[in-house]
Design a protein around this ligand. Sequence first.
Ligand code: PMP
Length: 461
Amino acid sequence: MNKITNHMPTAELQRLDAAHHLHPFTDHGALREKGVRVITGAEGVWLKDSEGHRILDGMAGLWCVNVGYGRDELAEAAYRQMKELPYYNTFFQTTHVPAIALSAKIAELAPGHLNHVFFASSGSEANDTNIRLVRHYWAQKGQPERQVIVARKNGYHGSSMGSASLGGMAAMHSQGGLPIPGIHHIDQPYWWGEGGEMSPEEFGIARARQLEEAIQRIGPDKVGAFIAEPVQGAGGVIVPPESYWPEIRRIVKEYGILLIADEVICGFGRTGEWFGSQGYGIEPDIMTIAKGLSSGYQPIGGSIVSDEVAETIAKDEFFHGYTYSGHPVACAVALENLRILEEEKIVERVRETTAPYLKKKWESLADHPLVGEATIRGMMASIALTPDKASRAKFASDPGTVGLICRERSFANDLVMRHVGDRMVISPPLVISQAEIDTLIERARIALDEAMEEIEAQGLM
Ligand code: PMP
């Protein structure tokens, strides 16, 4: 077989891809018909494809390339570490400098008593760790019956058996016998879509109180933890009403259950703070991290746990770990990524300049006839597509039909926007410039105009 390179004709690369490559979250029949786009390179916020398009990546890959593409320092950190020590485990009374340095750095950045890191290679693995950690923690405290973890419908926590069970994605649960036992889901704080006649503040309280009702129903002596994303990302960038998190905090404290903040998207500057929890006054016992930890340059994730949790589980052996827990190359790259975020003051820049600018521009899309709400927290934002703003109406077509049309119009205009059902979402690299934000908004508006024409032509509106 000839060597497969970027210089091959696109059609040949597409043929080989269709023949051998199974993609995540993909309808392969539909994909084969359309043909995949082959991404061949990237710089800053710009992707390049095999047909020569220059595409603005409004999603930072999958919410992860926080420092942007093409940072040589990260490649050099990987190269140096591979030469020095490409791999060693941290299982049997051994450690290495990259794992020591990264865990110490994370402990310095993380709030409060969160001073200990259990490494994984992804957010899914880290959330699987969290399930076992919570249950082991309560067993060590002499309350082994505290097994149940409460999570939320339409939350996303990963794709493995455990993490997808924590997630509240109905489509995922419909395949493969999920969720596993001992996971209970409550409703999400999605005011625009589900708030009815309530004010956002009333609705935030009502949705938080579902946690209390669940604890009382299941039994306060049986519930071990509550897990949630500070802002739901993959669920459609659902920004909760301001009343939601304070009420959750009250309930978690009152019943003495552990709080897990899934910071896989919100962490490392996405919301304009180092962690999304900080902006909402959330005080978690455990945080899930991944994505922005290495800006996606290496697969790495982890669980940051409080002093009390760490001490409790340290009483005995915790029978859990991954071959690549604390992988030295991934740790070295993550450490260099954190140096860049810190030294270039990227988080401060997001908070003070970039996010306020994006907010002003993004919210201006709310005047478009297709847009029901334009909402944003830091550098993650969404718009709800609607046939009628005033009544917050949903389209009669299958959820996602209109969203997909809009995504395709966006892609055709060289902007990556994702759709979640009939919501459009963005999460660009944190280093995006104001001129690039202007381009993003211009293209988003063109995509909305073109989507509207198509929706009308198809009689969907
Ligand atoms: N938690 C959250 C909040 C996520 O957004 C994701 C990924 N989108 C995950 C966990 C799972 O991470 P991974 O895909 O790295 O397993």
